[in-house]
Design a protein around this ligand. Structure first.
Ligand SMILES: C[S@@+](CC[C@H](N)C(=O)[O-])C[C@H]1O[C@@H](n2cnc3c(N)ncnc32)[C@H](O)[C@@H]1O
Length: 257
């Protein structure tokens, strides 16, 4: 008699983008998956390193293009665990940073399915780092605040205003489409000369970064592809970017000419 595989789920953080930024533990568990459910920002290269006979199901949610609701992801996780055995739920960055991991864990555990969580390198730190921007620096910023611009009901986050009144570095996820409102609000507290960076496709070969100061942010934003997710970093640490002063100088010279 063939004994069916025991249902279990591993929630694994795949890291910020580049396929080699997953942890060793995460990659080892990924290789033992019977089925993989993965998100929008998961590297195709990473998935291609896994046996092609293992089913890989895309369950990403992107702005206005929801292929799966959170409820249907929860159900699918449980269904696949009972059907196939070990389900790997592969998430971008770290599963516990805006990853809705708690909802998936709670749902699966209600069915008696054990869930393991493997941390990942969060984009909130790794993506600024990829551009040479430290989220803290002695004498410049002694804390950082990771936030989203909007809440569940799509209203503007109060935390954004609170962070703007602090000396913390602001790291804003899921904020590209609200960029104009974000910089306008933050500038009222931090001032127009505060540096910002908007980074997209972080840690990937097509990584891009727009640098500037809040007061001139709208002009810089014209270069941004708003269909791509990105991270907005606001604070004096941004001037650590190797090109920050060069870009500012170019702008000043251009205005002068
Ligand atoms: C739903 S949140 C998930 C964050 C994830 N759990 C983490 O720890 O990185 C998705 C947001 O993370 C940011 N993000 C994730 N990966 C990114 C990357 N490679 N480049 C730029 N932004 C990224 C974007 O703001 C995106 O909208």
């Amino acid at each position: 008699m063939i004994k069916s595989k025991k249902a279990r789920i591993s929630l694994i953080g795949a890291g910020p983008g580049s396929s080699d930024l997953i942890t060793r533990r995460g990659f080892r568990l990924l290789q033992s998956a019977d089925v993989i459910l993965y998100d929008a920002l998961i590297s195709k290269e990473l998935l291609s390193e896994i046996d092609e006979r293992i089913p890989k199901i895309y369950v990403g949610k992107r702005c206005n293009a929801h292929s799966y609701t959170q409820d249907s992801i929860n159900s699918l996780l449980v269904e696949k665990a009972f059907e196939c055995g070990h389900v790997v739920r592969l998430k971008g960055g770290d599963p516990f940073v805006f990853g809705r991991a708690s909802e998936e864990i709670e749902y699966a555990e209600n069915f008696g399915i054990p869930v393991t969580v493997v941390p990942g390198v969060t984009s909130a730190i790794a993506v600024p780092q990829s551009q040479g921007i430290p989220v803290t620096k002695r004498g410049v910023s002694s804390s950082f605040w990771v936030m989203t611009a909007t809440k569940k009901d799509n209203s503007f986050s109060e935390d954004l205003k609170l962070a703007a009144q602090s000396s913390s570095t602001m790291v804003i996820l899921m904020g590209v489409r609200k960029f104009n409102a974000i910089i306008k609000t933050v500038a009222t507290y931090k001032g127009n000369n505060t540096p910002f960076a908007l980074i997209q496709n972080g840690t990937l070969v097509n990584e891009t970064c727009v640098l500037g100061i809040l007061g001139e942010g709208l002009e810089a934003f014209k270069k941004v592809d708003i269909t791509q997710p990105g991270i907005i970093v606001i604070g004096n640490v941004v001037s650590e970017h190797p090109a920050f002063f060069e870009e500012e100088l170019q702008r000043v010279l251009h205005d002068y000419i």
